[in-house]
Write a protein that binds this ligand. Sequence first.
Ligand code: NAP
Length: 246
Amino acid sequence: MQGKVVAITGASRGIGAAAARVFAQAGATVALLARGTDATGALAAELGGGAFALPCDVADWAATEAAVASILDRAGRLDVLINNAGVIDPIARIDAADPAEWGRAIDVNLKGVFHGLRAALPHMGAGGTIITVSSGAAHNALEGWSAYCASKAGAAMLTKAACLEQAARGLRIMGLSPGTVATDMQARIKDSGVNAVSKLDWAAHIPADWPARALLWMCSSDANGFLGQEISLRDEAIRRRIGLIA
Ligand code: NAP
């Protein structure tokens, strides 16, 4: 990662913040994106190594385009994009969901991934890596999570489509399904009391450092067999291969 520039959306906490730490430790210059810059600014200062924070609501195309332009101005290149920003709300059954809130989840979780791809792809070259943080919910319906499941399913297909279109340019594009991770998002799920995921014991969730380390591994040639695919951290063989378990 020495000399590489890595952009991470949703880097203010949870998986995105953990990824920022792991990539910075590996020598990358990390651009931390989130809606505000209080948390990302503090984290960037702690990380050093040229890390910097940029305000970016991924639901907003102009803001995402401007953030990528700022990265290029400031760091001169973009080697890795982690499409990580995401929201679980609204947690509501379809017959009761607020239409505006439902649409907002699509704007962030699906259109946000498109905005990231659209802004970054023209500026990335052979060997560059783009990873979308997916979810088991992209492939399984869960009560109360229609916006999340539908948006994550769309984002997973968008990731495959991007891989199809960009493979000839040597771009590496994949998805990571992390399983359940101990973050604010899981706390919100637990509070909701809706569906089986909210009933899981907190100890069942993996630490955010695991998907962060998986994302770094996915940028290495060892992951080349998974281009265009989604890697699941529920898979013990994958956990072992990445070095998360013995
Ligand atoms: P989290 O702790 O709630 O963090 C979400 C991050 O997304 C925050 O940094 C937040 O930043 C950012 N974000 C939200 N809306 C945004 C927007 N419109 N523009 C830019 N950034 C935005 O969640 P997490 O658990 O780390 O989740 C990270 C990713 O993993 C998500 O895509 C989630 O769907 C996926 N995932 C999580 C789990 C899990 O068990 N936790 C499981 C499967 C998949 P600000 O609020 O500061 O803008």
